[in-house]
Write a protein that binds this ligand. Structure first.
Ligand code: CP
Length: 312
């Protein structure tokens, strides 16, 4: 792949969620991620330098390891100057609003901000209130578009095109922005989606077009080509939904034995961070069917593709 072949094929000022992307746009982004990954491995990204002379801000109002680090690496690999807003040490604790904080970054010359925020919808407000290009790094329980792209790329590379494939998403779906964006991306790419978990954690998903709510883990996994476990989000669940983590694990925790209910060769995914022993066993995390490490590794390539595709 030549650096000239990886120019952005997709043209939007923001990436707020994947529900705004057509199948063609999703596939173009994934293809571009693969091309940029090859350039990175070949040491030719300097010839792409899509962000040369630009400044990218990372404004993470919630903790992150995978998303923040891979966005930072992606921006640097493409030639940007990266500014990490250390929220705790910024003027945010003095009461500065999100809009004022982002306008301040804009006035310093930053053109693109990756925003992670506990409030669903915060990136939409940011896109309206500033002239910045906004990339959603995860907002509340609403959306995590680059995680969905990373997961879609990982699945496509391991099990092939998603048309007609069955993907089971298990656990705390209600509080999961990963699940919402994943459902949009996977179904746009042709997959069939089944969700399962404690009743309070799957409420409402039966009304999503094309999504089936399974009444038990066994029925969710039956015939699944891929199984995605979600983190039990104790910070958002506030104790609702299950009476104890032990009860959750007994009913919904994934083990090698339970994965036998899925299709032969089914793969295991988890967006991370995992609560090992709760959503899944350590044995399963380390098993050959686990794509968890690959999901993380693909994050840099996908985020390079997003940056290099944003319109100016
Ligand atoms: N999957 C995910 O968003 O992980 P981080 O919170 O570590 O970024």
């Amino acid at each position: 792949m030549t650096p000239q072949a990886v120019a952005g094929t997709w043209s939007r000022r923001h990436l707020l969620d994947v529900d705004e992307l057509s199948r063609g746009e999703l596939e173009a982004l994934l293809d571009q991620a693969v091309a940029l990954r090859e350039c990175r491995a070949a040491g030719t990204l300097g010839e792409v330098a899509a962000l040369h002379g630009q400044a990218v801000g990372l404004a993470f109002y919630e903790g992150s390891t995978r998303t923040r680090v891979s966005f930072e690496l992606a921006a640097r690999e493409l030639g940007a100057t990266v500014v990490n807003l250390e929220v705790a040490g910024s003027s945010v604790p003095k009461g500065e609003s999100l809009a004022d904080t982002l306008r301040t970054l804009e006035r310093t010359g930053i053109g693109t901000v990756v925003l992670r925020h506990p409030a669903s919808g915060a990136p939409y407000l940011a896109a309206r209130a500033t002239g910045l290009r906004i990339v959603n790094g995860g907002d509340g329980t609403h959306a995590h578009p680059t995680q969905a792209l990373t997961d879609a790329l990982t699945l496509r590379e391991v099990i092939g095109p998603l048309d007609g494939r069955r993907i089971a998403i298990v656990g705390d779906v209600t509080h999961s922005r990963v699940a919402r964006s994943g459902i949009h991306a996977f179904s746009t790419l042709g997959a069939r989606i089944v969700v399962a978990g404690p009743p309070a954690w799957v409420g409402g998903f039966g009304r999503w077009p094309g999504v089936v709510v399974a009444p038990s883990l066994r029925e969710a996994l039956d015939g699944a080509d891929a199984v995605m476990a979600l983190r039990v989000q104790l910070e958002r669940a506030a104790g609702g939904g299950v009476s104890s983590l032990g009860e959750y694990t007994a009913g919904w925790g994934l083990t090698e034995e339970r994965m036998a209910w899925a299709a032969p060769g089914a793969v295991l995914m988890h967006p991370g961070p995992t609560n090992e022993g709760v959503e899944l066993t350590a044995e399963l995390t380390a098993s050959p069917r686990s794509l968890i490490g690959r999901q993380v590794a693909n994050g840099v390539a996908v985020r390079m593709a997003v940056f290099s595709s944003l319109a100016s």
